[in-house]
Write a protein that binds this ligand. Structure first.
Ligand code: B12
Ligand code: SF4
Length: 558
């Protein structure tokens, strides 16, 4: 059970929701002509698989292909991996004297949620790490209200930060009203504020006077004083022993740092998350020892720049080699900051089995415009070293950044086909005015915002076509979708019993079944017959895989 024994808890924290509005949007959008499809939908064409006439995400397709052929019929989903933000909040509350409970998945753990709500927690906190729109929050709040209209509902995390950053006013008030919670926390960290709010609710004092909090009065939402948190990563570190009986599974994520040491021109994360904060090696050692004792076999370090600073990275690796935890690990990795073969040796020796490379482009001019502080030569060297040691490499790209042309796209395609990382993914560039490139807008002749923009060398409509071209023309690496399964699915699937080679094969067999892949086959004149064969091969492969049972089953919605 994900609650401490005995007594009422002060707060119940809720992790992921996988409500799938994108599928409805896709169905509606497919009525449009190809050229009019908005970028997220064009992206969905490359991540949605058609199987027996129905549409699925990659892991849903794997689950569907296996269901009905002697397998358990469970839903394979990366959200089986415990939501780290949820565990951080529970951990912090409990270290400050507030008994807390959690539900990892709102979608798949309705029975557990019902049981915990029946015990009348003093408050419910909803995490929003993965939400780009209010819909999942609205659904969760309604569900809680229907069970017990009196429990105070608190919402915080990145979604609230994003809305509040956009500024106070009627729009923000409307969004907060629509979500329907009682208290919102505006703070990019938030643990300490949540603890103070929960304290106030337990003590019956005014939660609205806690700093960083929005509460409603008769006229609108009122923000208390702003007091940024600077929580010490060693003090906040998760005491994993607390979660030993919670069935977290053999694969977990962990962090050893907050924020990032770089300032890539397309990213506003460092500005939002504040200065780079690092946990000490001792803290990381203690956490890993606790995880190993719980039987965890794979850890995803979600730090944005795990191998920077380089000296600390080596110290971490040496510690892991010395302790020999029997844990395989996965992380983001910056090739530009690892130029000695001995570092790659240490990585493998310490258990590294996969890395996510934010390569972004195979063209040095675009990399320079992005301020990536890395060159194509660095990437070539890094991928070579990683591959030589059998470390899984996933390369992630952005298309359309200022400086992008058909020629730079050709260079990216050549780069991928010659360096041959295991997998790759492409994202459309999203023009945020809060990112450093906005300051150079006149120089790049930049106009627009979000997914709709133009600059001196490309516009967003053409970027959609070049993303499709990369999808079609790269055969040196397997296409990895960016929704439903991404790099973090690799440790998850390894934990389920797949090998790295099987993951790659699964992706290769899935690609022709994506809506974009089927479109390519039709354009090449190898339509229905080829697709039927591809579907048969895919189903046979999926049913033949020896996988551990899925943790979750199809939700019984109430
Ligand atoms: C790992 C990961 C995943 C894994 C998660 C597996 C796992 N269990 O670890 C998977 C593959 C499932 C995943 C999926 C997605 N992800 Co993801 N993911 C991440 C990643 C790398 C780490 C998240 C994390 O664990 N952070 C560490 C924890 C400790 O921080 P946290 O969750 O933010 O919580 C802290 C605070 O935000 C706060 N907080 C959060 N909620 C609340 C609530 C309250 C009340 C309070 C007070 C505080 C609070 O408290 C925590 C402690 O400080 C981040 C990038 C990054 N490096 O952070 C992207 C990231 C979160 N993902 C992102 C996205 C877009 C997605 C997807 C929507 C992608 C897609 N298109 O499908 C899906 C959504 C999945 C779903 N259905 O919900 C974006 C979110 C952007 C945003 N919100 O503006 C990020 C930031 C990456 C990016 N830069 O684009 N992801
Ligand atoms: S994209 Fe660049 S700036 Fe943003 S988190 Fe990653 S390394 Fe840091």
């Amino acid at each position: 059970m994900n609650a401490p024994a005995g007594g009422r808890v002060d707060c119940l924290v809720i992790g992921y929701s996988e409500s799938d509005t994108s599928r409805d949007e896709l169905a509606a959008a497919l009525e449009l002509a190809d050229d009019d499809l908005p970028p997220p939908i064009r992206s969905l064409l490359r991540t949605t698989i058609s199987l027996g006439g129905d549409q699925y995400g990659y892991l849903e397709a794997l689950s569907a292909a296996r269901a009905g052929s002697g397998h358990d019929g469970g839903v394979l989903t990366v959200s089986e991996l415990p939501s780290l933000g949820t565990l951080y909040l529970v951990n912090y509350l409990e270290s400050h004297g507030h008994p807390a409970a959690f539900v990892n998945s709102f979608t798949f753990q309705r029975a557990e949620l019902a049981e915990l709500l029946a015990q009348r927690p003093r408050s419910v906190a909803i995490t929003t790490t993965f939400y780009l729109a209010p819909a999942p929050v609205i659904e969760i709040v309604r569900h809680i209200r229907a069970v017990d209209p009196d429990i105070p509902v608190i919402v915080g995390g990145p979604l609230i930060d994003n809305y509040c950053q956009a500024g106070a006013g009627p729009t923000l008030d409307r969004v907060l009203d629509r979500m329907g919670a009682d208290i919102y926390i505006w703070e990019s960290q938030g643990e300490a504020t949540l603890q103070r709010v929960v304290s106030a609710l337990v003590d019956g004092t005014d939660a609205g006077s806690v700093p960083n909090v929005l509460t409603r009065d008769g006229t609108g939402w009122r923000l208390s004083a702003r007091r940024p948190e600077a929580n010490d990563l060693d003090e906040c570190a998760v005491r994993w022993e607390r979660f030993a009986g919670s069935g977290l599974g053999p694969t977990l994520s962990m962090r050893t740092a907050r924020s990032c040491a770089f300032a890539c021109a397309f990213c506003d994360y460092p500005a939002r998350a504040g200065g780079l904060a690092l946990a000490t090696i001792d803290t990381v050692e203690r956490e890993l020892a606790a995880l190993a004792a719980m039987g965890v076999r794979r850890v995803a370090f979600i730090d944005d720049t795990f191998n920077v600073p380089a000296r600390r990275f080596k110290d971490l690796l040496r510690m892991m080699v010395r302790r020999d935890f029997g844990i395989e690990w996965f992380s983001y990795f910056r090739c530009g900051h690892a130029r000695e073969p001995s570092v790659y040796d240490l990585m493998y020796e310490s258990g590294c089995r996969g890395v996510l490379l934010g390569i972004e482009s195979g063209d040095d001019r675009v990399l320079a415009a992005m301020d990536k502080r890395a060159t194509v030569a660095d990437y070539r060297y890094g991928i070579e070293q990683l591959r030589a040691r059998g470390i899984f490499t996933h390369a992630s790209f952005v298309v359309g950044f200022p400086g992008e042309t058909d020629q730079t796209v050709d260079n990216t395609i050549d780069f991928l086909n010659s360096t041959r990382p295991d997998t790759f993914a492409v994202n459309h560039w999203y023009y945020l005015h809060s990112t450093p490139v906005h300051r150079r807008a006149p120089e790049h002749q930049l106009a627009g915002e979000g997914y709709t923009w133009s600059h001196r060398t490309m516009d967003s409509r053409h970027a959609l076509d070049v993303a499709d071209r990369i999808f079609a023309e790269v055969d040196g690496a397997a296409w990895m979708p960016v929704t439903g399964l991404d790099f973090w699915g690799v440790p998850y699937l390894l934990g389920k019993g797949m090998s790295a080679a099987e993951i790659v094969r699964f992706l290769e067999l899935a690609k022709p079944l994506t809506l974009a892949g089927a479109g390519l086959a039709a354009a090449g004149g190898t339509g229905p017959g080829r697709l039927a064969t591809a579907e048969r091969e895919f189903r046979t492969y999926c049913t033949g895989l020896g996988l551990a049972p899925a943790r979750y089953h199809h939700p019984q919605r109430s």
